[in-house]
Design a protein around this ligand. Structure first.
Ligand code: FPP
Length: 240
């Protein structure tokens, strides 16, 4: 029986987040440049987006570019940025046709101007869609996001709009870039590393974590469904 057939469609996660790792290693194992791995990673992005939409998930968040990725070789950064933005632009009509809404989280002010404008256009184009919400974490890191939230909260306290006693979990969540998005139920990381790497640190507090040795460019719909089947075997207690 396929993993898709094993899914319990009543007990689906609402939000799945993915650290797409291993593009570089996948390419190296084949004797190619790292960017070749990123190019192949696009197929996996498409597969997972389709898979998520097929079973009616509400949110899929993909860690596409971290704050730390800006420190990579400039040639790789440029190629990756171009690939990301070109793919988003090219796929927007398909996203739209499938009622998928695109969203981006991260320090978008660091994106090259042209890339930023293209991204904004695609977001604008799909903003009224009501199906899957595809969230791209771009120039994102959790510590950047938390610092940013704290700066805003401190300013509100300084301006007398908020007292320190009023700072709660909810207030902090509301100041994060994910403020309109429920916390992930399941986080998948590919390629064998067992760590979170500055991704959604606050939001992953009660998330089920799933690690697989499969490199991202080899990750297909069945791998995605397998992770959800595993999620459905877990008992979530939320600390109770
Ligand atoms: C990690 O592999 C992957 C990335 C930093 C980028 C992911 C980007 C894509 C799959 C491109 C397309 C994405 C979208 C959303 C259109 P790595 O380079 O860290 O691999 P390594 O750990 O093996 O070096």
């Amino acid at each position: 029986m396929s993993f898709k057939e094993q899914l319990d469609l009543i007990n689906l996660p609402q939000h799945v987040a993915i650290i797409m790792d291993g593009n570089g290693r996948w390419a190296k194992e084949r004797g190619y440049d790292r960017i070749y791995g990123h190019q192949h990673g696009v197929t996996s992005v498409r597969e997972c987006t389709e898979a998520a939409a097929e079973i009616g998930l509400k949110y899929l968040t993909l860690y596409a570019f971290s704050t730390e990725n800006w420190n990579r070789d400039q040639k790789e950064v440029e190629a990756l940025m171009e690939l990301l933005i070109d793919t988003i632009e090219r796929e927007t009509p398909t996203l739209d046709k499938n009622n998928i809404r695109l969203k981006a989280i991260g320090d978008l002010s660091r994106l090259p101007q042209g890339a930023y404008e293209k991204l904004k256009r695609c977001i604008e184009h799909t903003k009224t869609n009501t199906g899957l919400c595809l969230v791209l974490a771009l120039s994102y890191s959790s510590r950047w996001e938390i610092c940013n939230a704290l700066r805003h909260i401190a300013q509100e306290v300084k301006d007398g709009k908020l007292s320190t006693d009023e700072i709660t979990d909810e207030i902090i969540s509301n100041h994060l870039t994910t403020n309109e998005i429920p916390d992930p139920d399941l986080m998948i990381r590919t390629s064998g590393e067992i760590r979170i790497s500055n991704f959604l640190l606050w939001q992953l507090a009660y998330t089920e974590l799933y690690f697989t040795s499969t490199h991202w460019p080899d990750f297909r719909k069945e791998n995605f469904f397998e992770a959800i089947v595993e999620f459905q075997k877990r008992e979530r207690r939320f600390g109770k």
